[in-house]
Design a protein around this ligand. Structure first.
Ligand code: MF3
Ligand code: CO
Length: 249
C-alpha cells in the first residue's frame, strides 16, 4: 500500500490511539518489578487498553498470542509473555500496540530492574538518544533516509550496533504500512516526508553484533551473540515543524 497522508479527522483518532498506547505502556513500566511473571504484564495490557476504549493490535496479528511483547536482556523484540520471572538486573523491553476507532498506535520502552551494569545503562540511554535523533529528522521536506542515517550515526557514535533485520514502519489503519524505516541508511535517499504522514520509528540497539536469531517459538528475536539489546519506539506525525509524538501521555 502506498504511503498515506492522514486527514485532520484521522489525525484526531491517531492521537487517541497513541494516547492509549502511551498511557498503558506507562502503567506496564510501573508494574515491572523483580518476581513478576511476564504474563501478568499481558493481563494488565489487555485490560487497560480495553478500559480506554481500544483494542490490542498485537493479539492475533499473524497468530501472535498476546497484547504486549516482553523481551528481556538479549531478547530484542517479540518476546511472548509467559511464565518467565523478571529478575533484578534485567533490562525489559515492552512493546505495545492499540487500535482506536480503526487507527493504530505503536510504541516501545526498555526499562531496567534494580541495579544495572554500566553497559546496560549506556545501552538504554543510547537507544533513547537514537530514537530522539531519528525523530529530529522526521520533518517535512526531509527524506526517509535522513531518519535512518541519523539513528545509525548516533548509535555507532556510542559504540553500539543497530539491528538491520527489523525496521520501523509507516502506520495508520494498518500497524505496518509503507514505508519501511530501517535504522541504517544514507541521508538524502528514499521517499520525501510530507505533512500528514504517520511513522513508527523504532531503533533496536545491540551491545555486540547487530545480527539476530529467531527462537524456537518462532517469535522471540534475540541477539546472535547473547549481548544485551534495547528498543525504544514512538509513533509520530509529520507536521510543518517538529514531528508531533503521538505516543505520549
Ligand atoms: N510492535 C511491533 C512493531 O513495532 C510489532 C509487534 S509484532 C506482534 O512493529 F506480532 F507482536 F504484533
Ligand atoms: Co512498530
Amino acid at each position: 500500500m502506498a504511503i498515506t497522508i492522514k486527514s485532520e479527522r484521522e489525525i484526531v483518532l491517531m492521537r487517541q490511539a497513541g494516547k492509549i498506547v502511551a498511557t498503558v505502556l506507562a502503567q506496564l513500566v510501573e508494574a515491572v518489578r523483580p518476581g513478576l511473571k511476564t504474563k501478568e504484564l499481558d493481563v494488565i495490557a489487555e485490560r487497560e487498553i480495553r478500559l480506554m476504549g481500544g483494542v490490542p493490535s498485537f493479539k492475533g496479528y499473524h497468530g501472535y498470542p498476546a497484547s504486549v511483547c516482553v523481551s528481556i536482556n538479549d531478547e530484542i523484540v517479540h518476546g511472548i509473555p509467559g511464565e518467565r520471572v523478571i529478575q533484578t538486573g534485567d533490562i525489559v523491553s515492552l512493546d505495545l500496540g492499540a487500535i482506536y476507532q480503526g487507527f493504530q498506535g505503536d510504541a516501545a520502552r526498555t526499562i531496567g530492574v534494580g541495579a544495572l551494569s554500566l553497559q546496560a545503562e549506556a545501552l538504554m540511554q543510547a537507544t533513547q538518544g537514537a530514537l530522539q535523533a531519528g525523530i529530529q529528522m522526521a520533518r517535512r521536506g526531509n527524506h526517509l533516509g535522513d531518519i535512518s542515517a541519523a539513528v545509525q550515526r548516533y548509535t555507532e557514535s556510542k559504540g553500539f550496533a543497530v539491528v538491520r533485520e527489523y525496521t520501523g514502519h509507516g502506520i495508520g489503519r494498518e500497524m505496518h504500512e509503507e514505508p519501511l524505516i530501517p535504522n541504517f541508511g544514507s541521508p538524502g535517499t528514499g521517499p520525501l516526508l510530507k505533512k500528514g504522514m504517520t511513522l513508527a520509528i523504532e531503533p533496536m540497539l545491540n551491545a555486540g553484533d547487530w545480527r539476530t536469531r529467531l527462537g524456537s517459538n518462532k517469535w522471540t528475536v534475540s541477539t546472535i551473540d547473547g549481548s544485551l539489546s534495547a528498543h525504544f519506539e514512538n509513533t509520530v506525525l509529520i507536521t510543518n515543524g517538529d514531528a508531533e509524538v503521538l505516543t505520549v501521555v
